[in-house]
Ligand binder design. Structure first.
Ligand SMILES: Nc1ncnc2c1ncn2[C@@H]1O[C@H](COP(=O)(O)OP(=O)(O)OP(=O)(O)O)[C@@H](O)[C@H]1O
Ligand SMILES: NCC(=O)N[C@@H]1O[C@H](COP(=O)([O-])[O-])[C@@H](O)[C@H]1O
Ligand SMILES: [Mg+2]
Length: 389
């Protein structure tokens, strides 16, 4: 009997998850706050609701009676998920994990204070005055982020005191939800930033993918590559921290655990209880199972006996540069002429500046230099332009 899976959020990550779940014969209802979202285009059914509206969520859950709820974005009325879980619906990876990670304060206090993981120094602030005081304590440079936001929205790096007011205003324009509170973090001067994809299973051990390196701009991912070699000792430390934090949150699924690697060691940054955007590099065939296949198996309580790194790979994002509808892509053919290159277009119905519309994927033999693959992926992505009406 196929399971009924309700996907909350239907972007590019959800789309690949739906494809993985459909390959396993499951039934998927894809939900988002706009119609024809990428995952809705490949799912069995769709719903368009405001997922921050608890009543609307209750209504579609009562109507569809899903076996499993798979959150794909953070902007969900996550408090409702506890009630669904109590009623026997499996929430992925768990209601607690989804609820904690949507708020930077909940997850940071858990990681740094309860679990003792090493993080950047941090303070919270709920007004411009408090922000000034917090920055006095943390020092400059520092990073200011709304407690609720993702993909770098409302986030800025403050280098001088003259920039504090701008950072405050930007945080308030980019925040999600009603809280004005922000986190101020000491700037970590890392040389490498990694995502450690971690799989927790209902009936099996916690497994780790080979680390994925990535580069961010404006707090948003631009390119990623796998493997990203780090010292053995740091890898063990990262795995240990990922195991601790995923165990504390509970449940089965894939997690993207983010770390900074600096000269003075490893810092835990944050984690997603779902496939990670930088993990799209696994679509290049770097592993025996993509991050989406892994999520589907873990969610369905199917075994994952091993995760093997088969190839080296790189991904680079294809972004829109203006607001519009009905996007048209040019340069796909030239990009694809490059051997070993694949292009994924997400099918988003509209554009806005910096919106991620697709990704270029490149892979090579396991010992290929990822610096070379990164160049190929970014050059393929650069050949593609997005125009809209
Ligand atoms: N304390 C810090 N020091 C240095 N750089 C930072 C710091 N915090 C964040 N960054 C940079 O900004 C990026 C985005 O930050 P973070 O992951 O906290 O935001 P996010 O909005 O949750 O992003 P996403 O949802 O895409 O994961 C990081 O990947 C890193 O490159
Ligand atoms: N860092 C989180 C992330 O990458 N999330 C991915 O982006 C989509 C939203 O895109 P949109 O803003 O273009 O609609 C989400 O639905 C998810 O797939
Ligand atoms: Mg992040």
């Amino acid at each position: 009997m196929p399971k009924k899976i309700m996907l909350l959020g239907s972007g590019e990550l959800g789309k690949e998850f739906v494809i993985a779940a459909k390959r396993l014969g499951q039934h998927v209802i894809a939900v988002d706050n706009y119609d024809n979202a990428p995952a809705q285009q490949v799912a069995d059914e769709r719903e368009v609701i405001d997922m921050l509206d608890g009543t609307a969520l209750d209504r579609i859950v009562a109507e569809h009676r899903p076996d499993i709820i798979v959150p794909e974005i953070e902007a969900i009325r996550t408090e409702r998920l506890y009630a669904y879980e109590e009623r026997g619906i499996r929430v992925v990876p768990s209601a607690r994990a989804v609820n904690f990670t949507m708020n930077r304060k909940a997850i940071r206090d858990l990681a740094a204070q309860e679990l003792g993981l090493r993080t950047a120094r941090y303070r919270y602030a709920s007004s411009l005055d408090e922000l000034r005081r917090a920055i006095d304590e943390i020092g400059l440079p520092c990073v200011v982020k709304p407690l609720m936001s993702s993909s770098g929205k409302g986030q800025s790096t403050v280098k001088s005191s003259g920039e504090i007011e701008k950072a405050w205003r930007y945080s308030q324009s980019g925040k999600r939800g009603d809280s004005t509170e922000v986190i101020v973090e000491g700037f970590v001067d890392f040389h490498t930033e990694i995502t450690l994809l971690t799989v927790t299973q209902q009936n099996g051990p916690t497994l780790f993918c080979s680390p994925i390196g990535h580069r961010q701009e404006r707090g948003d991912y631009q390119e990623s590559w796998q493997p990203c070699p780090i010292l053995d000792e740091q890898l063990r430390e990262a795995q240990d921290m990922a195991e601790k934090v995923t165990r504390a949150l509970g449940g089965a699924g894939i997690w993207g655990v983010e770390f900074f690697v600096a000269d003075d060691g490893l810092y835990f940054s944050e984690l997603s209880p779902r496939p990670h955007d930088t993990g799209m590099v696994t679509l290049a065939g770097t592993q025996n199972l993509t991050e989406f296949d892994l999520h589907a198996r873990a969610v369905l309580e199917l075994p994952v006996p091993e995760i093997a790194l088969l190839r080296a790979g790189a991904s680079a994002v294809i972004l829109a540069d203006s607001e519009g509808n009905a996007p048209v892509f040019t340069g796909i053919d030239t990009a694809m002429l490059q051997p070993g290159t694949d292009i994924r277009l997400f099918g988003k119905p509209s554009t806005r500046p910096y919106r991620r519309m697709g990704v270029a994927l490149v892979s090579g033999q396991p010992d290929t230099d990822t610096a070379e693959l990164r160049k190929q992926a970014t050059s393929a992505a650069a050949k593609i332009t997005v125009t809209s009406s």
